[in-house]
Design a protein around this ligand. Structure first.
Ligand code: CP
Ligand code: NVA
Length: 304
């Protein structure tokens, strides 16, 4: 595995296999016989956006691996008063063994990683959410025991961070991803056409009812991602036909599973009926964040 986890693009199939192996082990052995690969290590968590799952699962995971976490709101740091990203990265590298960052601009995390000499983990930017999507791959693997050839239909805002990471993940793992949205929120042309890191296929389909045909999994995310609140009214109007309702789910095979990274805006991108149905695996996804991130941390900090 490379030194940092900034995007799914840095992950090889070999890394993915090892992440799955370790995640399953962490899950099975939780609270029984756990290794402490982070013993004596401190991990900083710089968050400039809200978080429930990512913050709590990382903090609990770091502690369970024997390490110590320090939560740092961007405004608590001199970063909030104009100290540069390179200087902050250089200084924090002298105290910490890794930094987990959630922020707006993806380039800021890239710049931080460039000047840090410790592992940097992207915990969500406007562009990517790799920890979420690697977890989702593990969750799909738990249910289907394979990834290659699995069809996943992503419905909603296809230009957001989870969609972007899912495009890369589908290509890497050999899944067949169909994204469905209005034209205005269609997936990035560059991500669709380039970044060919594996055998998976990625297509866009404007009609959500066509997109979910033969799907093994239906995935959705909020229509208004953090940082896009000013566009809320416009987005909700345009994306309304892309709500994951029972009517839409009925177009897929009866074995289809429903995924959402959460938090959900019930009644918008997903209905209560679908979210609370037997097909929904959204809370398995949330739980697996803990196991998968512990696997990632132990891999990144192995030789530190
Ligand atoms: N899915 C996810 O990243 O959730 P949080 O925003 O609560 O961390
Ligand atoms: N696309 C969402 C994901 C939240 C975990 C957002 O960025 O707000």
């Amino acid at each position: 595995m490379q030194n940092d986890l900034l995007t799914v693009e840095e992950i090889t199939l070999g890394d993915l296999k090892e992440i799955f192996r370790l995640s399953a082990k962490m899950k099975k052995e939780r609270g029984i016989a756990m290794d402490k690969p982070l013993a004596g290590k401190s991990v900083g968590m710089i968050f400039s956006k809200s978080s429930t799952r990512t913050r709590v699962s990382f903090e609990v995971g770091i502690r369970e691996l024997g390490g110590f976490s320090i939560f740092l709101d961007q405004n608590d740091l001199q970063l909030g008063r104009g100290e540069s990203i390179p200087d902050t990265a250089r200084v924090l590298s002298r105290y910490l063994h890794a930094v987990v960052i959630r922020t707006f601009k993806h380039e800021d995390v890239v710049e931080f990683a460039k000047f840090a000499n410790i592992p940097i983990i992207n915990a969500l930017t406007d562009l990517y959410h790799p920890c979420q999507i690697l977890t989702d791959l593990f969750t799909i693997y738990e249910y289907s025991e394979r990834l290659e050839g699995i069809k996943i239909a992503y419905i909603g805002d296809c230009a957001c961070n989870t969609a972007n990471s899912l495009i890369l993940a589908a290509k890497l793992s050999g899944m067949n991803l169909v994204l469905s949205s209005p034209k205005k929120y269609r997936p990035s042309k560059d991500l669709m056409e380039n970044h060919n890191i594996g055998k998976g296929t990625v297509t866009w389909e404007e009609d959500p009812y066509k997109a979910v045909k033969k799907a093994d999994y239906i995935y959705t995310d909020v229509w208004v991602s953090m940082g896009f609140e000013e566009e809320a009214k416009k987005r909700k109007r345009a994306l309304k036909p892309y709500s994951v309702t029972q009517d839409l789910v009925n177009e897929a095979p009866s074995s289809v599973k429903i995924m959402h990274c959460l938090p959900a805006h019930r009644g918008e991108e997903i209905t209560d009926e679908v979210m609370d149905s037997h097909a929904s695996i959204v809370f398995d996804q949330a739980e697996n964040r803990l196991h998968v991130q512990k696997a990632i941390l132990s891999m990144l900090l192995k030789d530190e």
